[in-house]
Design a protein around this ligand. Sequence first.
Ligand code: DGL
Length: 267
Amino acid sequence: MTKEIFPIGIFDSGVGGTSIWKEINSLLPNESTIYLSDSKNAPYGEKCKDEIIDLSIKNTEFLLNKNSKIIVVACNTATTNAIKYLREKYDVPFIGIEPAIKPASFQTKTNKIGLLATKGTLNSKLFEQTSSLIDKDIVIKEQIGLGLVELIENGKLYSNEMSDLLDRYLKPMLEKNIDCLVLGCTHYPYLIPQIRLVLGNKIQIIDSGEAVAKQTMKVLSDCNLLEKGNASLETNHIFYINKDKRVLKDLLTDNINESSDIIETDF
Ligand code: DGL
């Protein structure tokens, strides 16, 4: 059996990485995927680096045991804290995701960028390195999105608690005259309609989902691992979650069909 037909493995601390899964699935419709949602251990953003590394290793092993040909770390917190160790430990290619502050730095006219991300991402060495490369005239107004991931994981995407937190985190950015908001967590694209209610339509919202999908395609192609579309093989998508699957199912309703399965299992 050739490796191209093996699935793309994707993991996140929870359901948010499905925002990346959607981008990958839309760019690479011939690819099968396995998604792991470690919701039992979410949020990663409040954990220490060693714990994030251990959880990322556990997730990677799970996906490798299911024959993943490449691993997409669909979590900014896991990428910025653990991807270096994963790349050292395993031979398989890894794709990571980081807050898109560099693209935002090319777009801003006011030289003021807002960034919403987890504590684990903002405090990481990798993020420090990336932000040190940004033009010194540009001010990045960083905000930890404390509580946002938990609300999404608990099915409270549209709730008063969510609106209150978004008001609290985003209004000070408006006062600082930002013209771009970077979403530095893969859960946050699901908040865009509500973020728009606070920020209005003039501020650009930037996330890294499309770039991650393009990078996945490039690396698969460079490694001769792209599935070319064998008509006799059905593409299939399996989602594993170690908590109640309802929230995950709701986020995926418009994107999955009979060849997809959502499995609750302990890992
Ligand atoms: N989706 C994860 C990220 O991109 C959420 C992190 C968390 O669980 O706190 O960082």
